[in-house]
Design a protein around this ligand. Sequence first.
Ligand SMILES: *[C@@H]1O[C@H](CO)[C@@H](O)[C@H](O)[C@H]1NC(C)=O
Ligand SMILES: *[C@@H]1O[C@H](CO)[C@@H](O)[C@H](O)[C@H]1NC(C)=O
Length: 422
Amino acid sequence: MSSSCSGLSRVLVAVATALVSASCPCPQAWGPPGVQYGQPGRAMTLCCPGVTAGAPVSWFRDGETRLLQGPDSGLGHELVLAQAESTDEGTYICRTLDGALGGMVTLQLGYPPVRPVVSCRAADYENFSCTWSASQVSGLPTRYLTSYRKKTVPGADGQRMSPSTGPWPCPQDPPGAARCVVRGAEFWSQYRINVTEVNPLGASTRLLDVSLQSILHPDPPQGLRVESVPGYPRRLRASWMYPASWPRQPHFLLKFRLQYRPAQHPAWSTVEPAGLEEVITDAVAGLPHAVRVSARDFLDAGTWSAWSPEAWGTPSTGPLPKEIPAGGQQHAQPEEEPQADSPAPPRPSLLPDPRPLDHRDALEQVAMLASLGIFSFLGLVAGALALGLWLRLRPDEKDGPQKSGFLAPMIPVDKLPGVPNL
Ligand SMILES: *[C@@H]1O[C@H](CO)[C@@H](O)[C@H](O)[C@H]1NC(C)=O
Ligand SMILES: *[C@@H]1O[C@H](CO)[C@@H](O)[C@H](O)[C@H]1NC(C)=O
């Protein structure tokens, strides 16, 4: 009787196994096969893979002979742990009565996902990236689903929705990095980022609304150089370049902020140069200076970049052979300066660009020289005419011979007043 029963059940098991073999009776979480997941302190049900649902099995810990749960438990192919503890983690073996069917299960404990922490940043005006981190360590295999949609801003024409508002995937680049990139975003649009943390115990979504112009944070300027200006012991010329990640385009320019300080001085001086170059005119002669720059969107969108790495420069000791004593830091030494430093503009940073400035200086000088020349020439001609007139109008008065002599080449000999008389 029992044998027929068992034989029947075996047939049933075989049939059932054949029926369900396509769909495993144990819910297979994603992640490594043969691992089942639970939460510490919670009831946990392990499922014996490879047997049909309800088939009586025996459960053992791997490497132990002690029976954990017999086939007569009434729980079928499942092992129930009333309260899972970390000591319960490990591998379990399940076996049908005849030992023919069975399998191995590994229990791993952890926590369901909690909404991740997400932040987004744009290093240029077209692409932005979002990074995230778990707000709580789950101890379980975790992946993140990332997508975004464009938020529709109700326009003038009512609630008309744009058809292309997503969601679109935010590709993770490189795969597995806690970072995804949205390319070709519109500068003024609002985007809603969806970062969903998924693990075998569930999923949790963080939504973040961003607009490119508010998360703009350029990379620091590159190629900072500090050079002395020969002959100017208080000048340093700093120049730099746009960060490589910011293609120059007329509508999206960067502005800059420059800081400098002499060695061993704690405080930075700050200027806001307009171009890619700045001439510092109040450097401390003879001391090395640290210089650094940062960048921001020209129209103040977003935030300032981080500071560039510091570059160092020491003002020129000039062509003048005067030596600055190594020990004594001479602070007062404008006497050594060539004339040109004193008329320097007090705040060169407020002027558009050092190069145009130089051009303008040169032009002004040329113009001034030219006008001076013209003026003095006119003055000379006028003076000569006046003198001639004066001399002509006073023919009878005696003149100093030197004066007439001086004017002699300019006045016709026959009209020279004094000569016939002399
Ligand atoms: C945005 O990313 C694309 C693809 O990497 C790149 O070709 C483009 O230059 C980027 N746009 C800007 C403004 O940097
Ligand atoms: C966020 O993404 C997850 C996973 O793709 C999705 O299930 C969920 O519906 C999304 N939530 C919203 C509000 O878009």
